[in-house]
Write a protein that binds this ligand. Structure first.
Ligand code: PAF
Length: 277
């Protein structure tokens, strides 16, 4: 396995690697969800192709400095996990090598990014689109793997690739969950034991609500169940069209019930598909 800590080091390594190139973009702090993305990447790349994992805590997608500072960065164990997962190239740039101090070009998506996480995290998806496009260009990847847990991010990246004719195939992998249903996330390690014990209620609330009949009942039920805990603070709870991500009031088309919930400073997200009635 080779490790590149800057764009120019990566370019040197990539001169010699065989295709197809499959990228798993990450911010590190791996959990089994990330490892499942790497396994999928290997399937797509095949035994002779090149699997590249980027580990970069992208400062421009954080809206709160405290969140950026607290983001876990276990670089040594992450690199060891890449080795174990059969990664060919690990890209570990620092912010200084990714962004010029006077950078003035950003990728902005103007429709799908307005609601849900975009409504309460200004600039977040501009930061995601910008870094993902840079990673695509730096690695020259043919395909890239993303988790479905960040379903708004996935929809926005697919839209960016479509609208900008980016020649990268976007492949998604299902959310990996803890045995108690909590979606795996690098942020889970920041929960106190009490918060961690309570957090599966987000998944339970979404599951229970999704089987109800009307949009109104679904939203009311999920809110009641999440707010029944004194530890939670809902950032958003929305029922949106599965394709346009715009809020729905009638379930005439497939929809998604999505939530972002704060436990103290830690913000967790989850969602569930809701069938048309
Ligand atoms: O999902 C993530 O971990 C990040 O948003 C991504 C796609 C690696 C961009 O920084």
């Amino acid at each position: 396995m080779k490790v590149a800590d800057s764009g120019s080091a990566l370019r040197e390594i990539l001169k010699t690697v065989p295709g197809p190139r499959v990228l798993v973009p990450t911010m590190g702090a791996f959990h089994p969800g990330h490892i499942s993305l790497m396994h999928r990447a290997r399937e797509i790349a095949g035994p002779n192709g090149t699997m590249i994992v980027s580990i970069f805590v992208n400062p421009i997608q954080f809206d709160r400095a405290s969140d950026l500072a607290a983001y876990p960065r276990p670089m040594e164990s992450d690199i060891a996990e890449c080795e174990g997962a059969g990664v060919d190239v690990v890209f570990t740039p620092d912010a200084g090598s990714m962004y010029f101090p006077d950078r003035s070009v950003t990728v902005t998506e103007t429709l799908l990014s307005r609601g849900l996480c975009g409504a309460t995290r200004p600039g977040h998806f501009d930061g995601v689109c910008t870094v993902v496009l840079k990673l695509f260009l730096l690695t020259g990847c043919d395909a890239a793997i993303f988790g479905e847990k960040d379903f708004q991010q996935l929809a926005i990246i697919r839209r960016m690739v479509r609208d900008l004719d980016v020649p990268v195939e976007i492949i998604s992998c299902p959310t990996v969950r803890e045995p108690d249903g909590l979606a795996m996330s690098s942020r889970n390690t920041r929960l106190t034991p009490e918060q961690r014990e309570d957090a599966p209620r987000i998944r339970k609330a979404l599951l229970e609500a999704a089987s109800l009949e009307t949009a109104d009942e679904i939203l009311r039920s999920a809110r009641t169940l999440i707010e029944a805990s004194p530890l939670t603070r809902i950032d958003y709870l929305s029922l949106v069209d599965a394709e346009t991500l715009q809020p729905v009031i009638a379930l005439e088309r497939p929809a998604v019930l999505a939530a972002a919930v704060f436990y103290g400073e830690v913000r967790l997200i989850d969602h569930i598909a809701v069938k048309a009635r």
